[in-house]
Design a protein around this ligand. Structure first.
Ligand code: BEZ
Ligand code: FE
Length: 353
């Protein structure tokens, strides 16, 4: 790999590091000549001589020279005086793991250049509406791991999962029972649910933000020429008993964007790009931890091979069919229709377990 950004041998920094062979003598001679023209305020002759002394193997300076066996240790020593302790902790671990990884696979120069090109392509694929780095984090399972480590349920709360990139439109305020879909284009569905606290008490007025793909696996923002703004999105307010309900269609599974570097990575590794059918939820209430999660459709393909690893078994729900014209009329859907009930439990915001 071509090297760039190295220190020029003509710079004072390079001279201070000093040269081991015949060049060292020339370096000393040049330094002596320079010293006579230096002002006393820049460098005293005594200090200059000390700087030019070659460190012996036992001096602290020598221990900072590159050494393959101690490569991580040397880099970590360079950040020892970082004042933010968390930054120091995170970087120390990152450098340790990065150096171990490079040694473990004995990375070639060509592979490292390819990796850098891949990350460059990933950055260049990002726009104001596309975040290829988050997608990369998703398909590597990193998004789910960070989500999981930061959203413990305490054995009580509803489990979380990743937010995904399609929550970029603010959901329109909806009344309970509203229809957020074109009911003729898919399986009509009544979604009901409750929002309760960790004692099982209802949370009146909880905000329930939902968004989903259509029956063909597209979000509104992917086909904005076909749908009105806010299609298949809704911001509901739970009633005094913490209940919510709305009408929609059952979403279909869909592929994540595959026309960028992340798509190429999936192809190269023999992976499919699909996510199982789901409805996104973000449920919040003052004093409660906001829950970001999905409701997965139990009969969807790809439940057990989600390309972003976001399925948790507690989030898989049956969507049974109701074949009853009276009930269909009551809820304002064609017969037959499907149903699902989602019981959401929110933890207190200050709950730390
Ligand atoms: C989504 O469910 O909308 C999604 C999540 C992660 C990556 C791509 C899409
Ligand atoms: Fe989604």
């Amino acid at each position: 790999m071509a090297r760039t950004g190295g220190v020029s041998p003509e710079t004072p920094a390079a001279r201070r590091e000093c040269l081991p062979t015949l060049a060292r003598a020339a370096c000393h001679q040049r330094a002596r000549n320079e010293k006579t023209t230096m002002t006393a305020s820049r460098q005293t002759p005594a200090a200059g001589a000390a700087e030019l002394a070659r460190p012996t193997p036992s001096t602290p300076a020598a221990s900072r020279l590159f050494d393959e066996a101690r490569s991580a240790e040397i880099v970590i020593a360079s950040i020892a005086s970082a004042t933010d302790p968390r930054l120091r902790q995170v970087l120390t671990s990152l450098v340790n793991h990065l150096h171990s990884f490079i040694k473990d696979v004995r990375l070639t120069e060509e592979e490292w250049a390819n990796a850098i090109q891949f990350l460059t392509d990933t950055g260049q694929a990002c726009t104001s509406t596309r975040q290829e780095f988050i997608l990369l984090s998703d398909v590597l399972g990193a998004s789910m791991l960070v989500d999981s480590l930061n959203n413990e349920t305490g054995g009580i709360a509803t489990e979380s999962t990743v937010e995904g990139p399609f929550h970029l439109v603010v959901s329109p305020q909806r009344a309970l029972g509203d229809n957020i879909a074109n009911i003729d284009d898919g399986d009509p569905c009544l979604v009901t649910g409750t929002v309760t606290d960790d004692q099982g008490l209802p949370i009146p007025g909880a905000r329930v933000d939902v968004w989903q793909a259509d029956a063909h696996g597209f979000y509104d923002v992917q086909q904005s020429h076909l749908h009105p703004e806010g299609y298949l999105r809704g911001l509901f307010t739970a009633d005094e008993s913490g209940r919510f309900w709305f009408r929609t269609i059952v979403p279909r599974y869909y592929p994540i964007p595959g026309d960028g570097p992340v798509g190429r990575l999936l192809q190269a590794t023999g992976r499919h790009p699909n996510r199982p059918a789901h409805i996104h939820f973000e449920v919040s209430s003052p004093g409660r931890r906001t829950l970001t999660t999905h409701l997965f459709v139990a009969d969807s393909p790809y439940l057990y091979s989600d390309t972003v690893f976001a399925v948790k078994s507690s989030l898989i729900h049956e969507f049974p069919q109701v074949d009853d014209p009276v009930q269909a009329r009551e809820v304002g859907l064609p017969n037959p229709f499907r149903t699902v009930d989602f019981a959401v439990t929110l933890r207190a915001a200050d709950d730390t377990d």
